[in-house]
Design a protein around this ligand. Structure first.
Ligand code: ADP
Ligand code: MG
Length: 321
């Protein structure tokens, strides 16, 4: 399923350091290598603060990596400037957790949906009403919502508008950053169904950030697990419950560890706070919470290695060297 000929985006050695107090450095992304495929969903999971948003923001040029490149259809989008950068925004769109933040409260839904289309001269102002209604229909909202303001809608309805606006430019990739996590579980489910339906219809590639592995498992074709800025495992979405290899992925899955696991070193509940990305120690980022930690793990940073096609893990346990 993950053939390089269907790959449309590739992150190579993407690293982001933020300057922190006292001349220290915060490593938000560390040598991230990921591939995205045409019409498929890449789910990016991990605890809060592990670097998920930092990474996805590069895709929509909201930030630039300190090192590395992001190739979209072969071109490094981290180097784009001016008009080229502006044009590229049509290809990759983003939906945020709280769409209210990105909506102008004084604008009607019609204008919110059509704004990007007008910016890129894709429609004439006289076509706004017709176009807005088309897109409202696509996200299963009544046509008369075109006349509403964002505050006259529920959170789920606003998120549908955000999706309508994101698909309006017919982007090849949509990035969704915790786009459903503020919604009730039942609303979340209908939004995911909508996204999956639109993806099939329009062959959209989706980058979906979530801290909830259970949610992402239900529809992501590919899942990347992130820990302290590092990708620790990448695997097909439908294999995560039976074939997750990294101790952190297994912990996220709530999997039962091997019988010979030392429970005195059992990782804390994944609800607990993630360690600080400041002055990350050498070796494996997961060492202090891992039941299988060895002396090698304290010393040597594990590389992401191929286990099978589409499945990679960064853990010395699986590195037969
Ligand atoms: N602009 C910034 N300046 C300094 N630190 C940042 C900035 N953006 C993110 N960080 C830090 O980078 C780390 C990763 O953050 P983020 O990507 O938002 O995590 P996630 O989306 O996985 O919750 C966190 O420690 C966060 O505090
Ligand atoms: Mg985030």
């Amino acid at each position: 399923m993950f053939d390089d000929k269907d790959m449309i985006l590739e992150a190579k050695h993407v690293t982001r350091r933020f300057p922190a107090a006292g001349g220290r450095s915060l490593l938000a992304c560390n040598d991230v290598n990921l591939k995205m495929y045409k019409g498929k969903t890449l789910g990016l999971v991990g605890e809060s603060g592990c670097g998920k948003s930092t990474f996805m923001r590069f895709l929509v040029s909201l930030d630039k990596p300190s090192e590395g490149e992001i190739l979209y259809r072969g071109k490094d989008i981290t180097k784009l400037k001016g008009e080229e950068l502006r044009q590229n925004r049509q290809n990759i769109q983003m939906v945020f957790q709280d769409p209210s933040g990105s909506f102008n409260p004084k604008m009607k839904i019609r204008d919110i949906i059509c704004e990007p289309l007008l910016n890129f001269n894709r429609i004439k102002p006289s076509e706004k009403d017709k176009v807005a209604k088309e897109f409202l229909k696509m996200v299963d909202l009544p046509e008369d919502f075109a006349d509403r303001y964002p505050h006259n809608m529920s959170g789920g309805q606003r998120q549908r508008v955000a999706i309508a606006r994101a698909i309006a430019l017919e982007p090849e990739i949509i990035v969704m950053d915790e786009a459903t996590c503020a919604l009730d579980v039942s609303v979340q489910k209908t939004i995911i169904e909508l996204i999956v339906g639109l993806q099939k219809k329009k062959n959209i590639t989706i980058g979906f950030i979530a801290h909830d592995l259970g949610l992402i498992q239900s529809f992501a074709h590919q899942i990347a697990v992130m820990y302290l800025g590092n990708i620790v495992e990448v695997l097909p979405g439908d294999e995560i419950d039976k074939n997750a290899k990294h101790p952190y992925t297994q912990a996220l899955m709530g999997a039962i560890f091997d019988l010979n696991m030392d429970f005195s070193k059992k990782i804390e509940s994944i609800e607990s706070e993630a360690p600080s990305p400041l002055d990350v120690p050498p070796g494996c980022p997961f060492q202090d919470r891992c039941a299988y930690c060895t002396e090698r793990c304290r010393r040597e940073h594990p590389k992401l290695i191929d286990l099978e096609p589409g499945h990679q893990v960064a853990c010395h346990k699986y590195d037969r060297k």
